[in-house]
Design a protein around this ligand. Structure first.
Ligand code: ADP
Ligand code: ZN
Length: 217
């Protein structure tokens, strides 16, 4: 199964994708994670990418598409994948359409007030990228990753000003591309989350139930 997990910043794409990864035996490609790795390096590309990410702007399509193709080529033919954070523009969607078949869109719908709450208290493991929340999804030990013991940090783009920009970019440039997949009759699984304390596993369960109705798992 090849899926796109689609939703606003802070809708939980990464959290659910990593849980679905182990349940479904698929690979996850998270372009945001790839860019954070690239940004750690002080290369010309790293600096260029950083200039966009830290302002909450989209990285230019040519860079994103190059990164996606490279990563997609590493996935064994028999294995499925979940794309997290790609596509974000119409050009990215069109390129994807030329190189892979998408079986389903996992659409996360979350009210804006929840997004703001979640993003401002989000913390990430420096080591493995696992996502926590200091209010609603706490690690067992303060600021330490449950999975690998790595230190947690706050993403530089998780501040109120940049959150606002990312949300705006999503509404203007990313949400409209859903129409592209509707036109191609790609099925949608919609997972709706309207309380702050909904456990991630409950959302994952809903997604799995709906995938099984579509006979995809
Ligand atoms: P979120 O969904 O929480 O905003 P991501 O980790 O998916 O975060 O992405 C972080 C940043 O990386 C984005 O704000 C953007 O600058 C950049 N980025 C990630 N994926 C893409 C993409 N497909 N196209 C353009 N920019 C991207
Ligand atoms: Zn970790």
């Amino acid at each position: 199964m090849n899926a796109i997990i689609f939703g606003a910043p802070g809708s939980g794409k990464g959290t659910y994708a990593s849980r679905l990864q182990s349940r479904l035996g698929v690979e996850v490609i998270a372009t945001g994670d790839i860019f954070r790795e690239i940004m750690k390096k002080e290369t010309a590309l790293g600096k260029k990418v950083k200039g966009y990410v830290e302002k909450g702007l989209l990285v230019p399509d040519d860079i994103v598409i190059e990164v996606l193709k490279h990563r997609l080529a590493k996935i064994p033919k028999e294995k499925g994948f979940i794309l997290d954070g790609y596509p974000r523009t119409l050009e990215q969607a069109e390129t994807l359409d030329e190189i892979a078949k998408i079986d389903v869109i996992l659409l996360l719908t979350v009210p804006e007030w929840i997004i703001i709450e979640r993003l401002s208290s989000r913390r990430i493991c420096k080591n493995c990228g696992a996502v926590y929340n200091i209010r609603f999804l706490k690690p067992k030990v303060d600021m330490v990753c449950d999975k690998c013991g790595g230190p947690l940090f706050q993403r530089s783009d998780d501040n109120p000003e940049v959150i606002k920009k990312r949300t705006q970019v999503y509404e203007e440039q990313t949400r409209p591309i859903l129409q592209f997949f509707e036109e191609r009759k790609v099925p949608f699984v919609v997972a709706n989350c309207d309380t702050l304390d909904t456990p991630p596993d409950a959302v994952v369960k809903t997604i799995l139930k709906n995938l099984s109705k579509l006979k995809m798992v």
